[in-house]
Design a protein around this ligand. Structure first.
Ligand code: 0A1
Ligand code: ZN
Length: 890
């Protein structure tokens, strides 16, 4: 018999807490094998509660209660009772002091929530509900308390850290010592952190705009001390940027980052003591790719920005998660845009959104950015809450304009500093500051699903008018069948044969935000609306959704000629890229139609018109090289799958490959020119320009490798062997591993062995080695993945290793994972069943590809569903896995 189904929590049931905790005094006494936590709470009835409570229920999980005393009186059986993950104390007065002593076992905590051990250090992860694994507490974000933390440990852990400022340290006898930290800012328990370890650090300082000096420290294992500089530089840039763009200063005397190897997510914004997955903080050219460098910059900034958007102003409850996450992702994305290229960053963000978030919005786990219910909140750290949440903030910023948006965020921070609030409060602050009516806009918070825009147009030559009719609709999602119209900003322009045309929209003033009046934002609020432009002297091509101004799917029947015009002439860089993607999709669709008829692509070719268009992009000196690289990169299999009604795995894979091969052959001279003109001896720099030229050169290499000529294969092998940075080394290795050419295969075996020999002591580099093998598109990859699970370099308890091997195979290798015999599905189910108890969060996340079963053909559907059912039948399913599996099968 399975245990009763876990309970669903609803937003509509929210109630203020019965008690508040004014101060929290923790004493964390770390010993080998166990830790004693003594916790003193100053409790007070919440004046805002409906009724004066006479009992107190605290949350707690996996704790051994040693003792419990109230105002100095030791409580006995009958004074309290245990619930499932809770402790209720009876007859509680108006105010009192509660002291609990609990015993925990960090060494055997494999969930990586609460206090746990990672390699040589102890560390914590408390968001969302991990603090209850440290002590009994009101573990909810609207209970904010002033924390003082004493950490006591053996001197073999010389570094003892917690939130806030260090107020005392000293000897504790018997080779032990202690440190006391005090955090003057009230905070919810999810922002608590503690670290004890033998760590090295780099230090720097930052002077805030009002002249306060802040000490900055990054703590790592001593072997990683040479990989901290990029994170430190990124931190200082982020601190300055938040002052300049949002007027937000840092507020403590010290800001610390600690890198840990075992971490479920990317990083965590604990007040004054951010804890990072090593993969999001360590970087140096020899070991880290360009993407890795950019990720470090983005994540360091993200966590830092949380100090205001998340910590100073936090969430009332976990349904409000996007309040801090959507806003902070928007902030970090704008930061990265300012540090590098704005258009490139936009292309990257939109690519992620349209593949992963759109797919989530179309699947069984679809939810609005402010969900209405959940079983396990860890399942809601999603693309929707984060990335779509950021898109919603971006729309608000664009609707309000720069100045009003800043007024709005200033008002929000001032009005709610020190409070735990809702997304409603955020929108209200923006509306109040700008005077705009955002009531319809709020539907973005409560309705899930990706809206679809169907656009038709009509040009009246005699009247010289051009009408755009836009219909919006949104498919049903589990929480809502019938959607009300959204408020959708549609940035646009009209292209004539010589470029942008001036816009005279009937019934409105020209838009003076653009000097030449060639760009404007249409606000769609009805189910269907027509916009009429006057004085249009030729039939234009509409450039719609410039900059991807709303997270929607747009349908307009562009001809190939239209797209070629947009790709070469649009004034909006994003739209030019988008046109290149649409062109690529058209070519792939044509190939797919052929493949589906013949099950073969012999004789497939591209039109000369298309090849010329791509060639012009390669030869356009005015374009950013990174944009050229992205325009030459065809839409991914994941994106094509998202667009398909029924995913035909083979057709997608082989058709995309055929188009790539055809482009490689047709444009070989250009690719060769680009590749050969690149100077591989230049020293590495992680600047936007250097990253851009490197990425274009490596795109050229990838195309050349499809030709299978000996020259390219040798050049690739040379790049692997002599590359002076990990970006080039990995790019070459990936091409060798994925090439069918016998010579490349031969090189690839040698290179993989050489790579492991060279980097076996760098855990993060070994992860890349695992991923490149798991991502191999050639047959028999699953056997290789199985063998790697047994490899000495693999560690089934480390989330980064799991993601690099199992995650990379199941999410990034469709042709093998979805192999028709179902072995990929069974393999994944085996892994999930094993991880379910060990680390429920990771188990649940790994499930994602199986949740999409309804999008596949009948045979695959049955195979995938059978594995989901097999998982569901497991005894002792974690809440995390239960929620995803049961929703997928519903
Ligand atoms: N707030 C963090 C994300 C995070 C969430 C949960 C974690 O543990 C399970 C860890 C980190 C962020 O947005 O970066
Ligand atoms: Zn965050």
């Amino acid at each position: 018999m399975n245990a009763p189904a876990p309970k669903t929590i609803y937003l509509k049931d929210y109630q203020v807490p019965d008690y508040l905790i004014d101060t929290t005094d923790l004493n964390v006494d770390i010993h080998d094998g166990y830790t004693l936590v003594s916790c003193m709470l100053a409790l007070r009835r919440n004046p805002a509660a409906k009724q004066a409570a006479t009992e107190l229920t605290l949350q707690g999980a996996d704790l051994e209660l040693v003792s419990l005393s109230l105002d100095g009186r030791l409580l006995e059986e009958g004074d309290y009772t245990f619930g499932e993950e809770s402790l209720t104390i009876f007859n509680t007065p108006e105010t009192f002091t509660l002291i609990t002593i609990t015993k925990i076992k960090p060494e055997s905590n494999t969930s990586l929530e609460g206090l746990y051990r990672s390699r040589t250090m102890y560390c914590t992860q408390c968001e969302a509900e991990g603090f209850r694994k440290i002590t009994y507490y009101l573990d909810r974000p609207d209970v904010m308390s002033e924390f003082t933390t004493k950490v006591i440990a053996d001197k073999k852990y010389p570094v003892l850290l917690s939130n806030g400022n260090l107020i005392e340290q000293g000897d504790a006898g018997e080779e032990r010592h202690y440190a006391i930290w005090h955090d003057p800012f009230k905070k919810p328990a999810y922002l608590f952190a503690l670290v004890a370890g033998d760590l090295a650090h780099i230090e720097d300082s930052f002077s805030t705009s009002s002249g306060r000096a802040v000490t900055l420290r990054i703590f790592v294992e001593p072997k990683d001390l040479d990989k901290c500089d990029h994170a430190m530089a990124s931190l200082k840039h982020a601190m300055r940027w938040d002052e300049e763009v949002y007027g937000r200063e840092y507020d403590l005397d010290i800001f610390m980052i600690v890198a840990v190897d075992d971490f479920n997510m990317g990083a965590m914004e604990n007040k004054g003591l951010n804890i990072f997955n090593t993969s999001c903080v360590l970087a140096k050219p020899e070991t880290t790719t360009d993407v890795g460098f950019q990720r470090v910059e983005g994540v360091v900034a993200h966590e830092y920005f949380h100090n205001w958007s998340g910590n100073r102003v936090t969430c009332r409850d976990w349904f409000q998660l996007s309040l801090k996450e959507g806003f902070t992702v928007y902030r970090d994305s704008e930061f990265s845009a300012d540090m590098g290229s704005r258009t490139v960053k936009r292309v990257e963000d939109v690519t992620l959104l349209r593949t992963l978030q759109f797919a989530e919005d179309a699947g069984p786990m679809a939810h609005p950015i402010r969900p209405e219910s959940y079983i396990e909140i860890s399942n809601f750290y999603t693309m929707t809450v984060y990335e779509k949440g950021a898109e919603v903030i971006r729309m608000l910023a664009n609707l309000l304009g720069k100045e009003n948006f800043r007024k709005g965020t200033d008002l929000y921070f001032d009005r709610h500093d020190g409070q735990a609030v809702t997304t409603e409060d955020f929108v209200t602050a923006l509306a109040d500051a700008s005077g705009r009516d955002l009531s319809q806009f709020k539907r973005w918070y409560s309705q899930a699903g990706t809206p679809r825009l169907d656009v038709t147009d009509y040009y009246d030559e005699d009247a010289q008018t051009y009408s755009l009719t836009i219909k919006q609709s949104c498919p049903p999602t589990p929480e809502c069948q019938n959607k009300l119209p959204f408020h959708i900003p549609i940035a646009m322009g009209l292209l004539g044969s010589a470029g942008d045309l001036p816009l005279y929209l009937q019934g409105s003033q020209p838009d003076f935000e653009t000097s030449d009046n060639t760009h404007r934002v249409l606000e769609l609020t009805d189910a269907e609306q027509t916009f009429v432009f006057e004085r249009v002297q030729e039939k234009p091509v509409p450039s719609l959704l410039r900059g991807f101004s709303a997270p929607v799917k747009l349908n307009y029947a562009y001809s190939t000629r239209d797209l070629i015009l947009l790709m070469s002439r649009d004034s909006d860089g994003f739209s030019r890229w988008e046109a290149s993607q649409q062109l690529g999709l058209q070519a792939i669709s044509a190939a797919m139609a052929a493949y589906q008829q013949e099950r073969s692509l012999d004789g497939f070719s591209l039109s000369a018109q298309l090849v010329d268009a791509y060639r012009r992009v390669l030869q356009d000196a005015s374009l950013d090289q990174a944009m050229v690289a992205y325009m030459l990169t065809l839409p991914s299999e994941a994106y094509i799958s998202e667009l398909a009604d029924v995913i035909d795995v083979e057709a997608i894979h082989y058709s995309r490959q055929a188009v790539r091969k055809a482009l490689a052959n047709a444009l070989a001279d250009d690719f060769t020119r680009i590749y050969q003109s690149y100077d591989h001896r230049q020293p590495y720099a992680a600047t936007a320009d250097a990253i851009a030229t490197r990425s274009l050169k490596n795109v050229a290499l990838a195309y050349l490798m499809l030709i299978h000529d000996e020259g390219s294969i040798r050049a690739c092998e040379q790049q692997y062997r002599h590359g002076n940075n990990m970006t080039d080394v990995m790019a070459a290795l990936t091409q060798l591993v994925n090439s069918e050419a016998p010579l490349a295969q031969e090189y690839s075996l040698a290179a993989l062995a050489d790579f492991f020999g060279r980097w076996q002591h760098e855990s993060l580099v070994v992860n890349q080695w695992l991923s490149v093998q798991a991502g191999c598109q050639l047959p028999d990859t699953l056997s290789r993945v199985r063998a790697l699970l047994q490899h000495s370099a693999y560690d089934g308890k480390n989330p980064n290793k799991i993601r690099s091997l199992i995650g990379a195979f199941c999410n990034g290798n469709a042709i093998n994972f979805h192999s028709g015999n179902g072995e990929g599905y069974a393999f994944l189910a085996d892994q999930i069943i094993q991880l379910n108890r060990q680390n429920p969060q990771i188990a649940s996340r790994l499930l994602t590809p199986l949740t999409k079963w309804k999008k596949y053909d009948h045979v695959r559907q049955q195979l995938m569903k059978a594995q989901l059912e097999r998982i569901r039948a497991e005894p002792e399913l974690s809440k995390d896995v239960f929620e995803v599996v049961s929703k997928s099968l519903a």
